[in-house]
Design a protein around this ligand. Sequence first.
Ligand SMILES: N[C@@H](CCC(=O)N[C@@H](CS)C(=O)NCC(=O)O)C(=O)O
Length: 211
Amino acid sequence: MRLYTHFRSSAAFRVRIALNLKGIAYEPVPVSFAKGEHRAPDFQAVNPQGLVPVLDDDGTLVTQSLVIVDYLDGRVPEPRLIPAARNQRARVLSFAHVIACDTHPLNNLRVLEYLRGELGVAEPAVRRWYGHWVGAAFAALETYVRQWSGGTYCCGDRVSLADVCLVPQVYNARRFGCDLTPYPELVRIADALADTEPFRRAAPEQQPDAV
Ligand SMILES: N[C@@H](CCC(=O)N[C@@H](CS)C(=O)NCC(=O)O)C(=O)O
């Protein structure tokens, strides 16, 4: 398998974690945002959205990180990251969607670039924007974890897509200087996982394109 990736992309970080948890060897294909490679025709042929990650499984191209994780669950079932049981599956997907659908798209690079460039928003206000949406998500997720988990992971005693989404979001929140003290459970879970080999190996600073 090949993974089109960028070291700082939190969506690619999710997929790197999933690949590592499942023990799937893959070849990273770095896409440089600094050089605008994501907007170049070569990469647009791979993903017309111009976004990473993209998984290339022997010619089958899969976009969208949550879809890629679902695809990987089909390809290498253990450990299963999206549970089969209806209740647990709903919890894991709800948790993951708060990050991947309701938060990350508001704070994505192209959105921040639009705020800075097209709308002329100054950097302190951009950071406020970022922190605002992270705070809205983390307040809800902290409650979810207290209600649903009580365990080692976001949704109980098995690692899941929820954890795969949480760790990169916490990593990025710190990079943007967000105050995480109101979310001790999320921080506890994310920090414990970030210290394990599959998560550590997926971290931005471990990637071949890290600068
Ligand atoms: N919903 C997509 C989001 C993908 C995405 O936004 N990727 C970002 C990096 S995290 C990207 O390629 N950004 C380039 C840009 O914003 O121009 C997913 O989950 O895969």
